[in-house]
Design a protein around this ligand. Structure first.
Ligand code: PLP
Length: 303
């Protein structure tokens, strides 16, 4: 898919979900005193892995409503101690996608450094409106220093099965496997064999963008007559919504209210910021049947 060939013996490792791939990549590379750059709002497993390895989390901000990376801020944050930069596209929770130009900017900043990139691409097949997923695996310069993380859980609707994989050049993968060997050793064989059979039909992953785009459009239509302000959803199966016109509650309390009183669960965006910053935005997930999405729309129109 990305025009790059990874050697199955030395450059691909099947993992117990993307979470283990991310954790192991961090553990294999980060030493006490190292700095790791992440972008907030940030997926919740990154910082604990970095801190457990003795690293320092350096948090840069993706600003609403576009949540684009600020490349000047990235350049300013890079120091002699920067060991790793963790990126995530398509992005949970903001549903933004990076472009090929973003990857060029990143490549220019890490050129002539020893910085390792961890690219969390678990929503790689879920990009909308004809956009192309910008994979680090497609970018030769970045691929040479990147761990690229995928999740069968996201791609094949089997989140609870916890199987994913990680790609990296041989030298990086050798380090990864020093940890993987004594942590996981191997991921259960029957599921690997089942997935190998299942993925032989490419339409099962190449059709994913259209499958979720229809759900996104259906859900956005269902929310059109509510007082939520919908932010763009360009990838993933998430939809951010501002609720400032509805309530003055903190986003955590508002989500509890939605869940308990309205019967629609949402995640407060503040959960993705270390300082708990409340931007009065919630995240909905539209990986649901149309009947469920329609019922949610009905309930949310009453809010
Ligand atoms: C950005 C991101 N990375 C990683 C994961 C974890 O994937 P897995 O279930 O394969 O461990 C998730 C799951 O929600 C995610 O949203």
């Amino acid at each position: 898919m990305y025009g790059t060939r990874y050697d199955v013996e030395h450059e691909i490792t099947v993992t117990a979900g993307a979470t283990q791939a991310l954790f192991t990549a961090v553990t294999a590379c980060v030493r006490p005193g190292d700095e790791v750059i992440v972008f907030e709002p940030v997926y919740d497993s990154y910082a604990p892995a970095i801190e457990l390895a003795g690293g320092t989390v350096v948090r840069l901000q993706l600003a609403a409503p576009d949540y684009r990376p600020d490349w000047a801020a990235v350049a300013a944050a890079i120091t002699a101690r920067t060991r790793m930069i963790m990126i995530n596209t398509p992005h949970n929770p903001t549903a933004t996608v990076w472009t090929a130009d973003d990857l060029d900017r990143l490549a220019a900043l890490v050129r002539d450094t020893a910085i390792v990139v961890v690219a969390d691409e678990v929503y790689e097949h879920i990009v909308f409106d004809g956009a192309t997923h910008a994979s680090c695996a497609r970018h030769p310069e970045l691929a040479a220093r990147s761990f690229v993380v995928s999740s069968f859980g996201k791609t094949y609707h089997i989140t609870g099965w916890k199987v994913g994989y990680i790609l990296a050049p041989r030298e990086l993968m050798a380090e990864f496997r020093k940890v993987h060997q004594f942590n996981v050793f191997t991921v259960n064989t029957p599921v690997q064999l089942a997935l190998a059979d299942y993925m032989s039909e490419p339409a099962r992953h190449t059709g994913l963008a259209a499958f979720y785009q229809a759900k996104r459009d259906f859900f956005r239509d269902a929310l059109a007559d509510t007082r939520f302000e919908l932010l763009p959803s360009r990838g993933t199966y998430f939809q951010l919504a501002r609720f400032g016109a509805i309530s003055t509650l903190p986003d955590t309390a508002f989500c509890e209210y939605l869940t308990r009183d309205i019967g629609v669960a949402a995640i407060p965006l503040s959960a993705f910021f270390a300082d708990g910053r409340d931007e009065r935005v919630v995240r909905f997930c539209f990986a649901k049947t149309e009947a469920t999405l329609a019922a949610a729309g009905e309930r949310l129109r009453r809010v």
